[in-house]
Ligand binder design. Sequence first.
Ligand SMILES: *Cc1c(COP(=O)(O)O)cnc(C)c1O
Length: 385
Amino acid sequence: MITPFESPIFVTRPVFPDLADYTAQLTEIWDSKQLTNNGLQHKRLEGELAEYLAATHLKLFSNGTLALLLGLKALGLKGEVITTPFTFPATVQCLDWNQLTPVFCDIDPVTLNIDADKIESLISEQTSAILAVHVFGNPCEVEKIEKIADKHHLRVIYDGAHVFGTEVMGKPIHHYGDMTMYSFHATKLFNTVEGGALAFKEDHLAQKLDLLKNFGLLDAEQVVLSGLNAKMNELQAAMGREVLKVVDVEREKRHELKKIYEAHLNAIPGLRIVTSLEGAASSYQYFVIEVDQDQYGRTRDELFDALADYNVFPRKYFYPLCSDFSWYSRLESAQPEKLPVARKSVQQVLSMPFYGELSREAVEKICGILKELHVEKKEVLNYRK
Ligand SMILES: *Cc1c(COP(=O)(O)O)cnc(C)c1O
C-alpha cells in the first residue's frame, strides 16, 4: 500500500499574497483613518477588477451571497426562476430571500451545468428569469440560454462564483446574461477573505446596487430603498488588490496540476474528469471527477472513505442536491424523478485536492492512490467463464 500523506491534504488552500506587501497596504489604511464605506482601497479594487475582468460595470460586496441576493432584488424579479439543483445552497437561498420560487431544471451529464435543452419546457406564465451556475469553473451553454431568454423575455443571471477570469468564445464570461455574480471567498481562485462582486451592463443598476448594499441611504437623511449592509471593507479590498497580483501565477500552477491529473486518471477505468464544453476555457476553480461504481469497483462514498486512510480529504461538491432541501419538498420540479441526471451525478462527484501550493509529486501520489484503490474485475470475469 502507498504510504499515507504525513499531514492531511484538503480540497483547497487559500491563496495568500506576500505578507509584507499586505502590511504596506494596511499602513496606508491606518494613515487614511477610513476602514469602510467606499474608501480608497475599495475604489481602487473596484477599478482594478473591472479592468482585469473587462467589465462595463462592477460593484463590490461583502460576500458573493449578498451580491447575488441584492442583484436579484435590483432586477425586480417576480414569481418563478428556473435554476439548477446542482449548486451550492447560496444560489437557491438567494431566491428564497427574494420571495422567488425556484423551478429546478435537470443538468447536463457532461458539464453538470443546467441542461439548456430542458429549460424551455419549464417556462410558465410566472417565470421571470433563469438563474444558471457555471459549475466548477466550466461555462454553461451561454448562447443557447440567451436565445431562450430572448424568445421568452426572461432575465438571465449567472452565479459565477467559480469562473473568475474565464472567457467564452473570446469574450469575458459575464458578457453573457444580465448579471454575473463572483465570489471572493477564501476558498475561491481569487479571494478578498470574504467578498463578492456583480458584473453587469445596464447603467441604471449601478446606483441602485450602491444603495441596496448601504441600507438604501441616498444621503445622511434620505432612505430611498429597503436595502441591507453588504459593503466590502478596506481590509478586504486591500487583500484583494494584493491577491490580484498573484492570481495569474496561481491559475498557471493549477493548469499544470490539472495536466498531471488528466495524464494519470485517463488510464484508470471508471473515473471521468468533469470537463468544459469543447472549446470553452476553464477557470481552474476545482478539479472534479465522477466515480462509476461498475467500472471503478467502488462507489464514490467508498472511495471517499478509503482516501481518508491515506490522509486525503476531497469534497462531495455539491452533495446534497438543493432540490432535496426540506422546504422545497412540495415543489413539483423538486421531485426526484424529474431530475434523473442530477440524482445520478450527485452520488458520483468528488472534488479532488487542487491548489497552487500542492506539489506535482503530491498529485502524482494521489493518482497512484486512486489507481491502487481501483478494484479489478478479474475475479468476476473468471467466475463467469
Ligand atoms: C462560494 C459560492 C457561493 C457563495 O459565495 P460567498 O462569497 O461564500 O457568499 C455561491 N455560489 C457558489 C456556486 C459558490 O461556490
